[in-house]
Design a binder for this molecule. Structure first.
Ligand code: AP5
Length: 209
């Protein structure tokens, strides 16, 4: 299946994408993760993207489209994929149409204040990219990754003022994609409040619809 996970920052796209990718045996393609890897390695793309990510703005379309097109051409994406964080603008959605077909778009939605709590409490593993939350999804040992034992960190764009900018950016540039995919009869809305496993079940149900 070729699935897009749409939704504002902190809605739980990454958390659910990992589970869905495992269940469906397709790759989880997160443009945020690919960009952060480039930032960490200080590649040309990473250096170009870093100021946008740090301030909660979108990385320019041409850079992200080229990067995603390259990833979608890799062998493992032929059998399907979970796209997390792409597309985020109408230009990206149009470019994606030229690259591949999409079977379903799952739109995770949540109250804005809950989004802020989720993002500001998030901790991530800089080594294996596992995602935790200090209150709702803590690691077994405080500050240490369950999977690889590395020290957890806060994403630089998870400071409250940057989170609020990211939510505004989402509302202005990405939310219009809900209508775009609704008109194509691809959109399935899923309420993203509740336990992680409960939301996973809602997504599976939405995929069966
Ligand atoms: P990206 O990494 O894509 O960030 P985002 O879309 O803002 O989404 P997040 O990763 O913040 O949240 P999420 O929905 O994945 O939630 P998560 O599962 O982690 O992008 C970062 C930046 O890169 C962008 O701002 C932009 O600059 C750039 N970028 C990326 N793609 C781009 C594109 N296509 N075009 C241009 N620029 C691009 O969950 C959040 C927290 O909540 C976690 O702590 C988690 O443990 C917890 N949680 C999850 N589910 C639940 C639950 N049910 N109950 C309680 N807690 C939960």
């Amino acid at each position: 299946m070729r699935i897009i996970l749409l939704g504002p920052p902190g809605a739980g796209k990454g958390t659910q994408a990992v589970r869905l990718a495992e269940k469906l045996a397709v790759p989880h393609i997160s443009t945020g993760d690919i960009l952060r890897r480039n930032v960490a390695k200080k590649t040309k793309l990473g250096l170009q993207a870093q100021p946008y990510i740090a301030t909660g703005k979108l990385v320019p379309d041409d850079l992200v489209i080229e990067m995603t097109a390259k990833r979608l051409k890799e062998n493992d994406a032929r059998k399907g994929f979970i796209l997390d964080g792409f597309p985020r603008t109408l230009a990206q959605a149009n470019a994606l149409e030229d690259l591949t077909e999409i079977d379903v778009v799952v739109n995770l939605f949540l109250d804005p204040e809950d989004l802020v709590k989720r993002s500001t409490g998030r901790q991530v593993c800089p080594n294996c990219e596992a995602v935790y939350h200090v209150l709702t999804n803590p690691p077994r040992k405080t500050g240490v990754c369950d999977k690889c034992g590395s020290d957890l960190v806060q994403r630089e764009d998870d400071k409250e003022e940057v989170v609020r900018t990211r939510i505004t950016t989402y509302e202005q540039l990405t939310e219009p994609l809900c209508m775009y995919y609704k008109e194509k009869a691809l959109l399935r809305d899923v309420y993203a409040s509740g336990h992680i496993e409960e939301i996973f079940e809602r997504i599976l149900e939405a995929l069966r619809r």
